[in-house]
Design a protein around this ligand. Structure first.
Ligand SMILES: NC(=O)c1ccc[n+]([C@@H]2O[C@H](COP(=O)([O-])OP(=O)(O)OC[C@H]3O[C@@H](n4cnc5c(N)ncnc54)[C@H](O)[C@@H]3O)[C@@H](O)[C@H]2O)c1
Length: 344
């Protein structure tokens, strides 16, 4: 087990990677405890939950909205939760986002923790303190930036997630390695053909490195004004494709990483050999490198995306594997590149 410290301002807490859900109670302060989870996680793991009231949502993105939030507020009130209560979210990114949002707003904020149960939640959604819910299908429109008291990443729980969800997490792990961890990228390249069946210890090491990369970036810029934007690597094109083609987030991010590598090479930042390494890794792992989504529709979706400011886009450019920078580029420049490239 490795406990990675997150420290920003006067807030400091640990992300325990390799800890088991059985030990959750050790981390919960002696307060009235409430658990939020989803029906899949509840049916697989509730036998490990400490005895307390449990709210279980329908699995999936459609639960991440203000209707669910409101229902949870009512449930907390009925169960006499007060400002001294403690809430633990046990689940994937949807449950973590819901729990963080509810806990940050119920009675102006109660303390909370996470047991992240998907690969994506362990390396990404549970890390960094962003807690958002969707409005009218638009992602994370209402949200807070507020840190938990602890995060537990139990790699054993990953064994029960579907392959598609595992791939979603891998896309974010690849993203973190390209942003700032060349060594992790080399490791992923070496293990690319066995990545779907890693030994638990090997997976744990990969999760630890990925968490450390995200923590280091977020600690420099908790409120997302500069450095943290690097975490949007692959998301400009990725979000557009996700909306248009309706594919899973991680798959869209993978296609977005390919797009970023090609654009970075096109704009003279990234060498062709490194671009090819990125594309080959994504392909060999089994993630999509292209989606054949309608380019005009993707471009329209990008314009609507919140990362666009006026005519400029803050694009995360890859200089080298393990070295990225946020660069404003004009939307027209990006459009010209998209329309001239056959393969997206
Ligand atoms: N806050 C952030 O910084 C941040 C970062 C990235 C993503 N996110 C959000 O995270 C969400 C996606 O998270 P996700 O990919 O974990 O999706 P998810 O929470 O929907 O979980 C995916 C599926 O896996 C199931 N599941 C969860 N744990 C399981 C387990 N151990 N065994 C079997 N099944 C399990 C869930 O029930 C669900 O069906 C999105 O809403 C995204 O916006 C947030």
């Amino acid at each position: 087990m490795d406990s990675v410290r997150f420290k920003a301002g006067n807030k400091s807490y640990f992300i325990h990677i390799g800890e088991t859900i059985n030990n959750l109670i050790k981390y919960v302060p002696g307060k009235k405890l409430f658990i939020i989870t989803d029906n899949n996680v509840n049916s697989l793991y509730s036998r490990y939950f400490p005895k307390c009231p449990i709210y279980s949502v329908k699995p999936g993105e459609l639960s991440k909205n203000l209707i669910t939030v409101s229902a949870i507020y009512y449930w907390l009130l009925e169960n006499e939760a007060d400002r001294n209560s403690f809430i633990v979210g046990i689940g994937g990114g949807v449950v973590c986002d819901l729990t963080g949002f509810v806990a940050s707003t119920y009675m102006r904020g109660v303390k909370f923790g996470f047991v992240a149960s998907t690969l994506l939640a362990q390396v990404d959604a549970a890390i960094g303190g962003k807690n958002g819910v969707n409005i009218n299908g638009y992602k994370n429109i209402a949200g807070t930036i507020n840190q938990p008291e602890f995060v537990i990443c139990d790699p054993n729980m990953i064994k029960t997630i579907p392959k598609k969800e595992y791939l979603n997490g891998l896309a974010e792990i690849i993203k973190h390695s390209i942003i700032d961890d060349k060594e992790q990228f080399n490791i992923l390249e070496k293990k690319r053909f066995s990545i779907m069946s890693l030994e638990q210890k090997e997976l744990e090491q990969i999760i630890i490195r990925s968490v450390k990369t995200k923590v280091a970036i977020v600690e420099k810029d908790v409120f997302d004004s500069n450095e943290r934007q690097k975490l949007n690597l692959g998301h400009t094109w990725g979000h557009g494709v996700e909306k248009v083609a309706g594919i899973p987030h991680g798959h869209a991010v993978a296609a977005g990483l390919v797009f970023s590598a090609a654009a970075s090479a096109n704009f003279g930042h990234l060498k062709k050999e490194e671009k090819d390494r990125i594309i080959n890794l994504i392909k060999d792992i089994g993630l999509p490198v292209t989606t054949k989504a309608n380019k005009d529709e993707v471009l329209k979706a990008i314009i609507k995306d919140k990362k666009k400011s006026e005519n400029q886009i803050n694009f995360v450019m890859i200089n080298k594997i393990g070295d990225t920078a946020v660069k404003p580029i004009s939307f027209n420049e990006l459009k010209k590149f998209v329309l001239n490239e056959a393969e997206f």
